[in-house]
Design a protein around this ligand. Structure first.
Ligand SMILES: C[S@@+](CC[C@H](N)C(=O)[O-])C[C@H]1O[C@@H](n2cnc3c(N)ncnc32)[C@H](O)[C@@H]1O
Length: 791
């Protein structure tokens, strides 16, 4: 793509880069005319769309080699590695429409099933056996393996049935005698033990009904925004929505399902036509590629419940259906071409929106000339940088030709389509939402309630990791504006967006979420910069219009005068007569804040910024490096350098703690660094909270729970200054404290901290806390067991 960009002559590049949205018909057609005459451009399109050149094409030779490597690992009892090789072999194995390779596919499923059986992955093993039987119903080994796993699952009737079928199909005498022996053992067990059902891990979806009425209204300075004609109580679910379309993050491609974005299980299934996506189940696979059409001639004879599974494995190379009810996102990108793997996520999202639009029109027989989807979403094309405008042009042209390559004569476009596509890319930039999953949600309780260093104790330290798994467009979700102090919380289950009120919202008030920058998380200049760069607006939410403690202290330094709690900042604060405070950073004016209601601000705020609140000082400048309370001066660059040096040692400790390798000498060093940072950074600074938290985790890992508790509590105290008391970040930190208290056998403190954390989680997740943060339930059970135990 870079070569393509540099081939564009300077004059044309300038016209494209400096044009406005109104110029798009002209700039897109000029660029298209130039590229069309450029052999390099046709070469690029060819490389992106030709299945023979695709990086993600199927490859029988490679699949066979991977199978061999899997077999070698299996015979050496290296089951984890064998599992990986068999999965890769399934990924690369081409599936022919005439079903000639059925036995190889069935063998691969059974080899993987046997490996998973060895690893104790019973449900996964059972699913692969079903797949193998549906592909090759006369395959004795598949029935045998299913019989064995059913026996492990204590499903003895099914196990006996499977073994009997295996026996009837087995041709070798040694094979027969092996099956007979196993069958005998299963029959004995069946007589002795009552049969139990499978341990279904399926979560029954709670019926979630949003009863809140929402209105999209026009606002004075934010375009449209959301509100409600009724009061909304805290913790109410106000909105749920599935995305128009979504795309997995590159970093999650090999670990998460490309449809529901959950962490993929061991028996992952693959796209039938290319090697790119992976799915956690047949259901997700079908949602992503549409119902797979298959050649009736390849129909095999098998029992009813195998029919669905067979559809999965036997397919024509083109997985196209015209009557799919849902939007099959991956379908048009499939068939061996790999543009979807190479182009940036925003561009692939635009391609998916376009494809959806094209297919709807084709189905409605509205003619094949397509302009564009023209979504009712804002864009800021005119404010984008010249480089971004130029890039959007190039990508729009490339994308349109990739789509043309798939739809062929079904789809013709005009120059208007290109302008629409450039605007669509612009809309996606400011309206797409990152789908974030909690690691615990995908990986189960074990991943979240991490066992500490077993060499030291059975210490447990709970921590949650947020994983950004995908990027998506939610049509109604896009109408919610941003606030750095939001009153709703957004979270995701699978690909569904949930919005819940975290506080009481009065009828008619704006309902706003956070686009990322939040008060307490970033300071004022950082938030303003991020929102301006990514969303093209200057924020004037409550946190960005009134002077507040969090912004004053979060990145500040400590006043050199002992006993003074004033903050020393890198910004200039200029208070004018009208009680406004102008904030600048370097040469740049950041924003203007009003003084808070003097009767309401707390003691800390006065101590930090005493000068601002002195009535007599109507006009005043607090310069960088001067204390906001007593005007003492600090050598800011020296303090920053010292603080950075100390922080880098703490970061090293953090890395090693994550790797479960905590040398005690590093903790001692970290404690020295903490003392240095305490002398430099303001006592309520974010850096200090992070240092306390890192040291708490390290102590918990080495089993010194007393020290872990001390530092965890110190971290919470600072967070309470930076965020409001019901902020979710405090709940996550409290959960760490609960696990430390439990390790110390202090059930009463654990119970109090857990109650506080649960009250906060309830505001953010309501009853969904059970499925989003399953470890909270685990902790609750442990806390109540300990409380009963100590009675
Ligand atoms: C996802 S859209 C939100 C809905 C949008 N207001 C509309 O009319 O469709 C994001 C855009 O809304 C505007 N916006 C969102 N929050 C804002 C805020 N706090 N202040 C000013 N503009 C805001 C900005 O133009 C931003 O790029």
């Amino acid at each position: 793509m870079e070569r393509l960009k540099s081939a564009v002559p300077a004059e044309l590049r300038r016209a494209v880069s400096e044009g406005t949205a109104g110029d798009l018909p002209c700039t897109t057609s000029r660029l298209l005319a130039f590229l069309d005459g450029l052999p390099l451009f046709h070469q690029v399109i060819g490389e992106l769309t030709d299945p023979e050149l695709a990086l993600c094409r199927k490859d029988k030779g490679r699949a066979t080699e991977l199978k061999g490597r899997g077999n070698a690992c299996f015979s050496r009892r290296e089951f984890e590695q064998a599992l990986g090789f068999y999965s890769q072999a399934l990924r690369y194995f081409p599936i022919s429409s005439d079903g000639t390779d059925r036995s190889m596919i069935a063998t691969l499923y059974i080899n993987r099933a046997s490996t998973m059986h060895k690893l104790g992955l019973l449900e996964e093993c059972l699913r692969d056996c079903n797949r193998a039987i549906s592909v090759s119903p006369n395959y004795s080994k598949a029935w045998y393996r299913r019989g064995m796993v059913n026996a492990s699952l204590k499903m003895y009737s099914s196990a006996i049935h499977d073994m009997e079928v295996a026996l009837s199909m087995e041709v070798t005498s040694s094979g027969k005698s092996n099956i007979e022996q196993e069958l005998k053992l299963i029959l004995e067990k069946h007589q002795n033990i009552n049969e139990v059902g499978t341990s279904s891990s399926n979560f029954m979806d709670e019926e979630q009904q949003c009863k809140v009425v929402l209105d999209c209204i026009s606002t004075p300075n934010k375009d449209r925004g959301m509100t409600s004609p009724n009061d909304i109580s805290p913790a109410s679910l106000i909105h749920t929505e599935d995305p128009l379309t979504a795309i997995i993050m590159k970093s999650c491609r090999d670990t998460h399902c490309h449809y529901c974005f959950s962490e993929a299980p061991a028996d992952v299934v693959f796209c039938t036509s290319c090697t790119l996506p992976i799915y956690c189940s047949k259901r997700c696979q079908e949602q992503a590629v549409g119902e797979i059409s298959w050649n009736q001639n390849t129909c095999l004879e098998f029992n009813n419940n195998a029919v669905d599974l067979a559809k999965l494995s036997i397919t024509s190379t083109r997985c196209r259906t015209s009557n799919s009810k849902h939007n099959a996102e991956h379908r048009h990108e499939c068939g061996g071409a790999h543009w979807a793997a190479v182009l940036p996520a925003d561009i692939v999202l635009a391609g998916r929106v376009m494809a959806q639009y094209i297919e709807k029109r084709l189905m409605a027989r509205k003619g094949s000339t397509i302009s564009g989807p023209n979504l009712d979403l804002v864009h800021h094309y005119d404010q984008e940088s010249p480089a971004s405008k130029f890039e959007s042009h190039i990508y729009a042209i490339v994308l349109l030709l990739c789509l043309q390559n798939y739809y062929k004569s079904d789809f013709s476009w005009t120059e208007d389509s290109l302008s629409q596509l450039v605007l669509l890319i612009s809309q996606i930039k400011v309206n797409s939402i990152a789908i974030v999953h909690m690691k615990s949600m995908d990986g189960g309780k074990e991943l979240t309630v991490n066992k500490g260093f077993s060499a030291y104790s059975d210490a447990v330290m709970c921590s949650v990791e947020q994983v950004r798994v995908a990027q998506a467009i939610y049509m109604s979700g896009s109408f919610f504006n941003h606030s750095c102090r939001p009153n709703v919380h957004a979270y995701f289950y699978s690909r569904t967006l949930f919005l819940r009120a975290t506080e009481y919202i009065k009828a008619g008030s704006p309902i706003e979420l956070s686009y990322g920058p939040q008060a307490g998380e970033m300071d004022l200049p950082e938030r303003q910069k991020s929102l301006q760069e990514n969303y093209y607006f200057s924020c004037q939410c409550s946190s960005c219009s009134v002077l507040n403690l969090s912004d004053l202290v979060m990145n500040s330094f400590y006043c050199p005068q002992s006993n003074c709690l004033g903050a020393v900042s890198e910004s200039i604060y200029h208070r004018c007569k009208e009680n406004f405070v102008h904030v600048s950073l370097g040469e740049c004016h950041v924003c203007t804040l009003s003084l808070p209601d003097i009767s309401k601000f707390d003691d800390d705020m006065v101590k930090v910024g005493k000068l601002f609140f002195r009535k007599s000082d109507a006009i005043l400048n607090v310069d960088p490096a001067f204390c906001m309370s007593c005007r003492s001066q600090l050598d800011l660059s020296f303090a920053a350098a010292m603080s950075d040096r100390a922080t880098s040692k703490i970061n090293r400790l953090k890395e090693l703690t994550a790797l479960d390798n905590v040398p005690e000498v590093l903790i001692a060093e970290a404690l020295q660094s903490l003392e240095q940072i305490k002398k430099l950074r303001h006592p309520y600074s974010k850096a200090l909270a992070q240092v306390e938290d890192t040291i708490a985790e390290a102590f918990a890992k080495v089993g010194d729970q007393e020290q872990a508790r001390k530092h965890c509590e110190a971290s919470i105290k600072i967070l309470e200054k930076l965020y409001h008391p019901n902020h979710i970040i405090i709940a996550h930190e409290l959960i760490k404290l609960v696990s430390i208290d439990l390790s110390l056998g202090d059930g009463a403190s654990a119970s109090a901290a857990l109650a506080r954390a649960e009250a906060i989680f309830l505001l953010y997740y309501g009853p969904d806390v059970k499925r989003i943060l399953p470890y909270v339930d685990v902790l609750r059970r442990t806390v109540s067991e300990r409380s009963i135990g100590s009675c």
